[in-house]
Design a protein around this ligand. Structure first.
Ligand SMILES: [Zn+2]
Length: 578
């Protein structure tokens, strides 16, 4: 009998074993092999259990022969003898501590041994108490600061448990949505909640379906091939766990009342509370079934009709956070948000000339498929420690020639020659102005020493903004979702400086970045700062990250006039001074 494990579960098992090896100071190659295999299993699109059943574990990079045998045992028997033995003499609490960001195998081992954290279920809570009482800072190798960090990260652990990045949520939910739409009984299907509002971090995957035959739709959903476990299955609702450990909830509604359901469960909570108050003043009460007027409940098939009935404009889901959108909708003054179709080009991309996976030709040909009017290639600066100026000049010349050849024989996209340069920890731009002038435009970013003080980070950002040759500041806060908070900077000063020097802040569409974050975008827009939605693509697939960046722009109340890459080619060239 096959034992079911999600890819994430298998990856976690391997990471635990790798942590055991690390705690026991075993061969580093062994440690890395387990970690690499865990990463690979988490990333692959196929279900690891399916691959095993089809005898295709060899297809997973990094899974060698001995690991295949272990996985074979895992799927057959539900456990692996060798793994159990490896974990045996270690404090079991260390495996829970590993989930806390910033705590690696050695630290987890040290803490759980010293404090005898032997219970996996309580280890994190116990450690939290110890940190609160100040018992960690006294241990060798720890201090006030590390104790504080541990406490912060434990709190984040409980907070992030059921939340995951938008891009991941969409990859998974779009397949469920497509599957649902295969049923002839599904009239409409939409995401709900934070997923529909395009929040950077999403909770569960909730989907609404408009249908006249709920039972058929629920039965169809239950047939979704990636379901691991059905949690509940009723007449109008169902809930299931799918591959990867994600929970999907669907609810159905008659098409005549679908708009009310969609509106109600899209939220946000605060938006709906405000809306209910406003309705109450008109003697109306709102619910997922419709709008109650006296003893009569009015039905709404569309959200547009629902909002219009309340004498206001339709409010796009991305704005429904009670941040002033209701007041403006009542006055008919909502901004017209930017749309993906407004985007005319991508201004941050990388090729094999630096750390990209695809060549110039491959990247440009993909950009052509996307029908971009222009396409900026911005490989990272070459290190001056390993490249002489002569070599750098030669590389620039070669790339310039490549671009000129392309541009002279193609109408779209017009390829622009950019570069992404660093500001060093000691606040310097290493490339000379003469060198920077060889590019069509320059992007500047912080790529190191993220732990500096607010003052130092602000100074470094200002160095980039005030440099007349730099146009765009990339991934301005440096955050990595679930991994690293953005660094602190004096954002008021940064926004003012950008406005004064006509500099652009990037909205980076990499799934783990989404940087600037939406709340910062909103402030930037209010300050009159221009933005640029870029993919920061390091492969042709990454060029598909543009919708992520546009989502953030919309949540930040951007119109197309706020985003430079909504400019036509002619205006863009003018903007760049070309
Ligand atoms: Zn970068």
């Amino acid at each position: 009998m096959l034992h079911k494990f999600t890819n994430k579960q298998v990856a976690n098992i391997l990471r635990e074993i790798s942590a055991c090896y690390e705690a026991k100071e075993e061969n580093p190659f062994k440690i890395r092999a387990y970690n690499n295999a865990a990463d690979a299993i988490e990333k692959i699109d196929s279900d690891i259990g399916d691959l095993w059943a089809e005898n295709r574990l060899e297809d997973v990079p990094g899974v060698g022969e001995s690991l295949r045998e272990h996985l074979n045992e895992l799927f057959r028997t539900g456990k692996v003898k060798h793994f159990e033995e490896t974990k045996k003499n270690l404090p079991q609490g260390m495996f829970e501590l590993l989930k806390i960001s910033g705590i690696g195998a050695k630290t987890a081992f040290k803490l759980s041994s010293f404090f005898h954290l032997d219970n996996k279920d309580t280890a994190a809570a116990q450690l939290k108490k110890l940190a609160e009482k100040g018992k960690i800072k006294g241990l060798p190798g720890f201090g006030e600061e590390s104790e504080h960090k541990i406490l912060q990260n434990i709190e984040k652990l409980t907070h992030n448990e059921t939340r995951f990045p938008l891009h991941t949520a969409k990859e998974i939910s779009s397949k469920v949505l497509a599957f649902l739409k295969e049923s002839p009984y599904v009239f409409r299907a939409n995401y709900l909640g934070s997923l529909r509002r395009e929040s950077a971090m999403v909770g569960d995957i909730d989907i609404a379906v408009a249908t006249e035959n709920s039972k058929e739709v629920i039965n169809h959903f239950a047939q979704y091939p990636k379901i691991i476990k059905i949690i509940s299955k009723g007449n109008i609702k169902a809930s299931a766990v799918i591959t990867g450990g994600f929970q999907v909830d669907i609810m159905t509604q008659n098409p005549a009342s679908y708009g009310s359901l969609l509106q109600h469960f899209t939220g946000s909570k605060l938006h709906n509370i405000h809306l209910r108050k406003l309705a109450l003043d008109k003697g109306l009460s709102l619910s997922e079934y419709g709008i109650k007027k006296g003893s009569q409940t009015l039905k709404f098939s569309s959200e547009e009709d629902f909002y219009h009935f309340l004498d206001m404009q339709y409010i796009p889901p991305e704005l429904r956070e009670d941040l002033g959108e209701i007041e403006l909708a009542v006055k008919n003054k909502l901004p017209k948000l930017i749309e993906l179709s407004n985007i005319k080009g991508d201004l941050q991309t990388h090729t094999t000339m630096s750390d990209g996976e695809n060549s110039f030709a491959e990247m440009v040909s993909k950009a052509k498929e996307l029908k971009y009017e222009y396409f900026g290639i911005t490989d990272h600066q070459w290190s001056t420690a390993t490249h002489t100026t002569e070599v750098i000049n030669r590389l620039i010349k070669a790339r310039r020639l490549e671009i000129e050849q392309y541009n002279s024989s193609h109408t779209i996209p017009r390829v622009l020659f950019g570069i992404e340069i660093n500001v060093s920890a000691d606040n310097r731009v290493v490339y000379s102005d003469n060198l920077l002038r060889k590019f069509d435009y320059v992007i500047g970013a912080i790529h190191s020493s993220f732990g500096q003080t607010k003052e130092q980070i602000t100074k470094r950002l200002l160095t980039l903004i005030e440099n007349p040759l730099i146009k765009i500041i990339a991934h301005p806060t440096g955050r990595l979702l679930l991994e690293r908070e953005g660094y602190e900077a004096d954002w008021d000063i940064i926004f003012q400086a950008c406005k004064k020097h006509n500099k652009v802040l990037e909205i980076n569409g990499q799934p783990s970045r989404l940087d600037l974050p939406d709340s910062f975008v909103r402030e930037a827009v209010k300050s009159g700062v221009l933005l640029s939605t870029n993919t920061d693509a390091h492969s042709i697939n990454d060029l598909g990250f543009m919708p992520n960046a546009v989502s953030v722009a919309r949540r930040g109340w951007c119109g197309k006039e706020d985003v430079i890459n909504a400019l036509s080619l002619g205006k863009m060239l003018k903007f760049l001074g070309r």
